[in-house]
Design a protein around this ligand. Sequence first.
Ligand SMILES: Nc1ncnc2c1ncn2[C@@H]1O[C@H](COP(=O)(O)OP(=O)(O)OP(=O)(O)O)[C@@H](O)[C@H]1O
Length: 306
Amino acid sequence: MPKQWFVIVNPTSGNGASKKQWPRIYKELKSQQFQFEYVFTEHKNHAIELVKNAIDKGFTKIICVGGDGTLHSVVNGILRLNIPIISEVKIGVIPIGTGNDWVKTYGISTNYKKAIEILKTEHTTPQDIGKINLTNTNTNIYFNNLAGIGFDGYVVNKVHKYKNLGSLAYLAGALLSLFSYKKPLLEISFNNTVLKQKTLLLFIGIGKYCGGGMQLTQKPDPLNGLFDISFVKNISLVQLLINIPAFFNGKITQHKIVENYKTSELKIKVAANQEAYIQADGELIGSGSFSVSLLPKALTFIVPKK
Ligand SMILES: Nc1ncnc2c1ncn2[C@@H]1O[C@H](COP(=O)(O)OP(=O)(O)OP(=O)(O)O)[C@@H](O)[C@H]1O
C-alpha cells in the first residue's frame, strides 16, 4: 500500500531554487504529518514517467515541487494514462519556478509553508485542460494554463538564457526577440471564423497569467469550457515598450492591436516554408500546424478555498 502523497521535485526549477529549498520543504511536510514518498526529476519530461509509475503503484495525491514546466509534465503524465481513475487523482503544487503563472490564477502562495497549508486542506477544484494535436507527428500534448504560437513560442525558445532574471526573464526575452522574429503566415479557423494573415502571435488561454505574471487574454475562466483567445497581427517596439504595464494589468487585451475570441476548438495551419514555434505552459513543444480542443473539467487540483 503506497504512502499517501507522491512528491515530484524538479531540482532545476526556479534556476535551482527547488534543490536549495527542498530540505526545508521536506522538514515542513514531515512536521505537518504528511505521509509521502518523493523523487527528484533527472531530466526534462522525467515527471511524465514518474507520475505514471506513481499512479500505477496506487498513489492518487501528487505534489509538484517546481514551476509551470514541471506541472505541465505532471499534467501530461496523468492524461496520457487515459484510465478511469484520473478523476480520483488530486494534483497539488508547491511553486518554485521562474514564472509560477498557473498558481497565480488560484492565489497559491510561493511561500512553501503557505502552499503546504493549502495542500493539507485537500480542497479541490476540477479544471479544463487543453489538448493540442500536432499535425506532422499526430502527437497529443496537454496544457493546463496557456498555449501559444508565434512570437511567444519564439521567446520561450530563447528565455532559458535569461532565467537568472527571475520573473522578468520572459519580458527580457520578448524585448530582445522582437528584432529577429519573422511573422509566419497562419490560417486560424474556429467557429465560423477564419483568420488568414501574417501573425505576430496567438494565445490560447485557460489560466489568467503567463510570462511571469502578464495577463494577455481577456477573461479566461478555467472552468467555463472555453478557451480565451488573443490574436495579435503586429506590435511595434514602441507599442511594446509603452504598453509594458498594460501586459501586467491585463489592459493590453482592450488595445486595438488585440482581437479577443472564445471557442472550445481551433485549427491552426502554418503556410509552407514558414516557421512557427508552439509553446504550452511555457514549454516549447514543437512547430507547425496543429489543432486544439478543450477537455472540460479533465483534472482535479488542490487549491485554496475562496
Ligand atoms: N533534472 C532536470 N534537469 C534538467 N531539466 C529538468 C529536470 N527536471 C525537469 N526539467 C525541466 O526543467 C524545465 C524547467 O522547469 P520549470 O518550468 O518547472 O521551472 P522554471 O522554468 O524555473 O519555472 P516556470 O516554468 O514557472 O517559469 C522543464 O522543461 C522541465 O521539464
